[in-house]
Design a protein. Sequence first.
Lengths: 112, 111
Amino acid sequence: NAGVTQTPKFQVLKTGQSMTLQCAQDMNHNSMYWYRQDPGMGLRLIYYSASEGTTDKGEVPNGYNVSRLNKREFSLRLESAAPSQTSVYFCASNWQGTDTQYFGPGTRLTVL
Amino acid sequence: DAKTTQPPSMDCAEGRAANLPCNHSTISGNEYVYWYRQIHSQGPQYIIHGLKNNETNEMASLIITEDRKSSTLILPHATLRDTAVYYCILNSGGSNYKLTFGKGTLLTVNP
């Protein structure tokens, strides 16, 4: 039981490049989330998926797109990376109807 | 969701109890108090939550005042591995599962 896994762990991009952050969970959770955390700050919600087939914007969705590929996987795409998107990205999941979220180890992204 | 107020940092001696306060004076009746922590460079970890009764689990105890305007997370015997940022979060559950993280309290456990 790996919990929530994220790939890659580290990534460096140049401005304008695109990439997809992958997240998978093996806990059969309904809901999945993408957060970003800037230095010295708390986490901010980018997008979430309350259940398979649905996605909704969070607090800071601009510049990002998401895909809930199936119940296990929820990906985050940066179409044209900007230096302001340099951050640590965390994926999380939980059972629908509960508030206890389980987090992945994070992806550290630097945009030059 | 209502906001919470936490001190930015606290120190605690190893082996002693760590008491982390949280003010949430505008909490509404259906909001739970959640505590998460984030050890350096790792993803946040759930600790405990409660509505109005005190709660205890293998990690910590949560004391909520009778008026629910404040709460205290207690780590009974802090260890060096408990050094982390601790977040107090309010959430009403239901269809809104989104957690709003503030800056939290950096707890440093000293040997």
